[in-house]
Design a protein around this ligand. Sequence first.
Ligand SMILES: [Fe+2]
Length: 183
Amino acid sequence: MDLMKKLSKKAKERKSSVVAVSEEVIEQPEEQPEPTQDSSLIHFMNVLLSSEFCFYFQAHTFHWNVEGINFTEYHDLFSKIYSQVFDFVDVIAEQIRALDEFPVSNLNLVLDLSPVKPNNTESNPRDMVKSLLLNNGLIIQSATLAYDLAEKQNKLGLSNFLQDLIDKHNKIGWMLRASSKGE
Ligand SMILES: [Fe+2]
């Protein structure tokens, strides 16, 4: 066998071994586990979304209905809060979409899921601030539950977002506490 024939035979052998290896790889059963997404994470994200929505609504109604000698101060404070929280609602819903799930889109279900109950019977600024403070705490609890689940499921982008959200609610809590001092 001359040199050219030998080289051509070797090339064919190499080619057939590559095909055999790639076929072997293709035929191997999938050993990678299916990516899992615990449904409780979506549930608690929807609880959080519902809570924020009710909190937004409560702060906005307080902005409309507050009365008293410090009207402007509270009217502006509640405006600051509802504007900020309205933005949170949108971003939380989009985070749920990023998980390839759907945000709660039924108002009755929002009220069922939310630990924040916007009954809004408060008639003076002091009670309004007290109620917002209590509900702000409930939102921090919901966000913390969702954060723990996101961390466990290694959803780092989401857990960072939730950490940031908790920090923003801590600041809302500080604003509310500071505004009611000395009254
Ligand atoms: Fe307004």
